[in-house]
Design a protein around this ligand. Structure first.
Ligand SMILES: C[S@@+](CC[C@H](N)C(=O)[O-])C[C@H]1O[C@@H](n2cnc3c(N)ncnc32)[C@H](O)[C@@H]1O
Length: 343
């Protein structure tokens, strides 16, 4: 019999970094290629990075020719932009807008590091509803609506209840008011209406009541975790087995509804769709990627309206991502692509 002491098993630390800061390797995608590839292989999007969606479908539709002038209304990480720049092959020009002043300069650097210069592209810190300010018409225009993964992954911006942070949710923090202030401004009925209109929230009534209760008790609702706790309390009447899952889904919808409200997403999209034909050259093409039914309805209606008026000669969609893309990038699963061609 041996008297050798059994070796102590090393404590299991988990496979994933637990906090945003621990994800630092993913935050520097250019520097830590290997880590990034591993995260992507698992079907996840590395923190600080955004993977462009339905790129093949969009590029096939645009059929970009060298010398053309394009516009990416939602620059984000620059994924679609750099693909379109590749096809332009330094002949032609791509304008791109984004209202996010935090990510825009990082994306500019990234595009420059890929060998593109000011003769290839021009970036505009602009809300896309103000595209008139670019002062030009285009051969192709892309809008990939919603928020980027970098915005979601940064807890300081308050887009997710999965990490604690200020309840802000503005894509442009220098415009409008953060979500915490909006909740103070809205009545119970308005909160309920917002949750239903912007996210079809099933428990809108209960959540609106609980938010009001918290406001009356004088407790601030100024962090993502504080709002999550309120949603949890509002759903405490559900059977224990269903509660956790239902709370997560309700929180996802509530954050979506607030984000749409704080950024006036329907209003600016409406304004954009109304103006778009004025900025397309004859035969010019527009592609819009939307991520929930409210947005998609607006795009569908506007495209149909201008088609019936003879302003668009062809409209198509909605097209969904392939099963393969959804498997590789689950964040693409709710995407819908609609396209139109100007007469
Ligand atoms: C889904 S991401 C785009 C990702 C990008 N296509 C890529 O491949 O990296 C959406 C981007 O659009 C921006 N955005 C959303 N609404 C906007 C608006 N009204 N005006 C300008 N930019 C907007 C967001 O700030 C975000 O960076």
């Amino acid at each position: 019999m041996t008297t050798e002491k059994p070796k102590r098993r090393e404590r299991y630390k988990g496979t994933y970094p637990k906090t945003f800061n621990q994800k630092y390797k993913e935050q520097n995608p250019e520097k830590y290629q290997e880590t990034i590839l591993k995260v992507i292989e698992k079907g996840n999007t590395p923190a600080g990075m955004h993977r462009p969606i339905m790129t093949t479908e969009i590029l096939d539709f645009f059929d970009i020719k060298e010398g053309q002038i394009g516009l990416d209304l939602t620059l984000g990480y620059g994924g679609h932009t750099s693909q379109m720049l590749n096809v332009l092959n330094h002949k032609g020009h791509l304008h791109a807008t984004d209202q996010d002043p935090i990510e825009l300069p990082k994306t500019k650097e990234r595009l420059e590091s890929q060998g593109f210069t000011s003769s290839d592209f021009t970036l505009h810190h602009l809300n896309f509803k103000d595209l008139d300010l670019i002062g030009q018409t285009f051969d192709f225009i892309l809008a990939d609506l919603g928020v980027s993964s970098m915005q979601i992954d940064d807890p300081k911006r308050g887009f997710t209840f999965k990490q604690d942070g200020p309840l802000d949710l503005r894509m442009n923090p220098s415009e409008g008011v953060p979500a915490s202030i909006r909740l103070q401004e809205l009545t119970t009925d308005e909160i309920e209406g917002m949750l239903i209109e912007n996210a079809d929230e099933v428990y809108a009534h209960q959540i609106a009541l609980e938010i009001t209760k918290e406001k009356h008790s004088g407790n601030p609702i100024d962090t993502t975790k504080a709002l999550y706790q309120i949603i949890k309390n509002a759903l405490a009447f559900l059977p224990k087995n269903d509660r956790d899952d239902a709370t997560k889904k309700a929180a996802t919808r509530t954050f979506q509804a607030l984000r749409i409200d704080v950024n006036s997403e329907y209003e600016v999209l409406f304004e954009l769709l109304d103006k778009l034909p004025n900025f397309l050259n004859p035969g010019g093409k527009v592609a819009i990627l939307s991520f929930h039914s409210g947005e998609d309805r607006l795009v569908k209606k506007a495209f149909k309206h201008f088609y019936n008026e003879g302003i668009y000669k062809q409209i198509d969609g909605p097209i969904s991502p392939s099963n393969d893309e959804i498997y590789q990038n689950p964040r693409s699963r709710s995407a819908k692509l609609r396209t139109a061609i100007k007469t």
